[in-house]
Design a protein around this ligand. Structure first.
Ligand code: DQA
Length: 150
């Protein structure tokens, strides 16, 4: 299974940016871990980051057109980008999974982070486990035994 692991604005600044919130690992460290975890789960992962809304929207279109699963940390776009939400909604329509991830737990932070415009069109959300949120998100793409499926 091919998976696009998409990261929104300022995530390229991991390690430098608010380490008390996001930890000291860099985006390069995160990418290396994600590739390793993906490989262990038998997934073919492609990790990307952009600060540009139109670029991340384009990557979501690409996921639909090439029929691939998505793990996405929309970063600040989570809270206000209807363009990203509308692009994310196309995965559900196409029957493709999309897992929303966050390093921190936005529900435990400032009020403006309590709203996600993406959650309602995601298959599910994993937040608050540090970089491990990405490992859990990848694991969520590997089918569970049928007895555990909803
Ligand atoms: C984040 C949480 C967002 O509120 C914030 O804007 C980010 C990162 C997280 O991974 O915890 O940039 O998505």
């Amino acid at each position: 299974t091919r998976v696009l692991v998409l990261n929104g604005p300022n995530l390229g600044r991991l390690g430098v940016r608010e380490p008390e919130v996001y930890g000291s690992a860099t985006f390069a460290d995160l990418s290396a871990h994600v590739r390793e975890w993906g490989e262990a789960l038998g997934l073919e992962v492609d990790v990307r980051q952009t600060d540009d809304e139109s670029e991340i929207v384009g990557w979501l279109h690409e996921a639909v057109d090439t029929r691939c699963a998505v793990v996405i940390n929309p970063a600040a776009f989570t809270h206000y980008s209807y363009a990203l939400r509308d692009a994310a909604a196309q995965l559900g329509t196409a029957g493709l999974p999309l897992v929303e991830v966050h390093i921190s737990n936005p529900a435990a932070r400032e009020q403006f982070r309590h709203t996600s415009v993406v959650s309602a069109v995601a298959t599910g959300t994993i937040a608050g486990f540090g970089l491990d949120s990405y490992r859990l998100a990848l694991a969520a793409l590997v089918p569970a035994p049928t007895s555990l499926q909803p």
